[in-house]
Ligand binder design. Structure first.
Ligand SMILES: NC(=O)c1ccc[n+]([C@@H]2O[C@H](COP(=O)([O-])OP(=O)(O)OC[C@H]3O[C@@H](n4cnc5c(N)ncnc54)[C@H](OP(=O)(O)O)[C@@H]3O)[C@@H](O)[C@H]2O)c1
Length: 310
C-alpha cells in the first residue's frame, strides 16, 4: 500500500514566487511524496489569525511555505499598518499555528528580504549581520522574521534580493516596457545588489523542503540567504536586460541608458546603497548549484520572448 502523501501548503500562491514554485514543484523530488495545496490571498489572508487557524487545522500541513507579503516598498511608507499586519503579524500567525502543533509536525519556510539591512556595508552581509532597515517595508519584514523565530525557533527564514520573473510586476518587466516606449532612460547606479530569479530561489526553497521533509530533517533552522550572485547596480542590470532583449528580438532597438545617482531619483522609501548577501549557509546545507545572474536573466528573457511569439 502506498504511503499517504504529506501536505505542503503554499501561501501567497498568486505572487511571482508563488507561481514559480507551483510550476517547479512537479519537477522536484517532492512531487511523489507530497501534495501541494497552493492558497492565494483570496483563499487565505494570513493577517487573519482566525482564518489561519481554521484553514491550517483542516489541512494539517507537514510544511508551510510563506510566499505571501506586502511588497509595495514605497506605498508601505504611508501604509505601515497594512505592511506590518501582513509582513509581521501575518507571518507570525503562520509560525504561531505551526509552533502549536506536536514537536516538528509542521515545518515552516518563510521568505524575507535584503531590505532588512541599511546598506552601509561594503562586503556581503552575513546571515547574522546586524539588521537596521531604512524603510517601513524592511522594518515590517524584519519584524516578521523576529515574530517567526521567536514563536518557532525551528523555522527557516530565507532572505533574497531584487526578485524578478516572467510573472507579475518587477524591475525586468518595467525596464522592458520603458525601453520599448522611450528613447532614453535614467537608471540609478549607486545602489549595489544581487538580482535573483524566482526560478533559482524556488529551486532553493524546494531543496530546503526536501531536506526538511526527508527522514533526517537535515536542515538547520534560522536565517538563510540566497541571490544569483551578482554585485551590480540597477544601471548595470538594466544594461544587461537591454543587451539580452535586443539580442533575442524582444526589443527592436537599443535606447540610451543614463546612469544617475539615487539623489536624482527620489522615492518615498530609502533603499540600501549596498545589499549583497552571503549565501554561505545555503551552500553549506544544500547541494544547490551556484547560479549566474546573467544566465538566470537569459532564461526569463527567453520565456518572455516565447510569450511574445518570438
Ligand atoms: N519582489 C522583490 O524584489 C523581493 C525582494 C526581496 C525579497 N522579496 C520577498 O520575496 C517574497 C515573494 O515576493 P514576490 O516578489 O513573489 O511578491 P509578490 O509578487 O508581490 O507576491 C506576494 C503575494 O502575497 C499576496 N498577499 C499579500 N497580502 C497577503 C495576505 N494578507 N494574505 C495572503 N497573501 C497575501 C499577494 O496578493 P495580492 O497581489 O492580491 O496582494 C501576492 O500574491 C516576499 O516575502 C518578499 O518580501 C521580494
Amino acid at each position: 500500500m502506498s504511503k499517504p502523501q504529506r501536505r505542503v501548503v503554499l501561501v501567497g500562491a498568486g505572487g511571482q514566487l508563488g507561481k514559480t514554485l507551483q510550476a517547479l514543484r512537479p519537477h522536484s523530488h517532492l512531487n511523489s511524496s507530497t501534495r501541494l495545496i497552493a492558497l492565494t490571498r483570496e483563499q487565505l489572508d494570513i493577517s487573519d489569525a482566525h482564518a489561519v487557524t481554521t484553514v491550517m487545522n483542516e489541512l494539517c500541513p507537514a510544511l508551510l511555505i510563506n510566499a505571501a507579503a506586502y511588497t509595495a516598498v514605497d506605498a508601505a511608507e504611508t501604509d505601515a499598518d497594512t505592511a506590518f499586519a501582513i509582513n509581521a503579524t501575518g507571518a507570525g500567525n503562520l509560525a504561531r499555528w505551526a509552533a502549536g502543533q506536536a514537536a516538528d509536525t509542521t515545518r515552516l519556510i518563510h521568505v524575507s528580504t535584503d531590505f532588512v539591512f541599511d546598506g552601509s556595508a561594503s562586503e556581503p552581509y552575513a546571515e547574522d549581520a546586524e539588521c537596521a532597515p531604512l524603510g517601513v517595508y524592511g522594518a515590517s519584514k524584519l519584524a516578521g522574521e523576529r515574530e517567526i523565530l521567536e514563536a518557532m525557533p525551528s523555522a527557516c527564514v530565507l532572505r533574497t534580493s531584487w526578485l524578478y520573473s516572467e510573472h507579475g510586476g518587477n524591475f525586468v518587466k518595467t525596464m522592458l516596457r520603458l525601453m520599448a516606449e522611450r528613447d532614453e532612460l535614467s537608471i540609478v547606479n549607486d545602489q549595489i545588489g544581487a538580482p535573483t530569479s524566482t526560478r533559482s530561489l524556488g529551486a532553493v526553497i524546494l531543496a530546503m523542503a526536501e531536506a526538511l521533509l526527508g527522514s533526517g530533517h537535515s536542515l538547520p533552522a534560522g536565517v538563510f540567504q540566497w541571490s544569483d550572485g551578482g554585485d551590480i547596480s540597477w544601471y548595470d542590470f538594466a544594461e544587461e536586460i537591454q543587451r539580452q532583449a535586443v539580442n533575442s528580438g524582444l526589443l527592436s532597438r537599443a535606447i540610451t541608458l543614463r546612469p544617475i545617482p539615487s539623489s536624482a531619483y527620489p522615492t518615498p522609501a530609502r533603499r540600501p546603497a549596498y545589499s549583497v548577501m552571503s549565501r554561505q549557509r545555503v551552500q553549506e546545507a544544500l547541494a544547490c548549484p551556484q547560479t549566474s545572474w546573467q544566465a538566470e536573466l537569459a532564461d526569463v528573457i527567453a520565456v518572455l520572448s516565447k510569450e511574445a511569439g518570438i
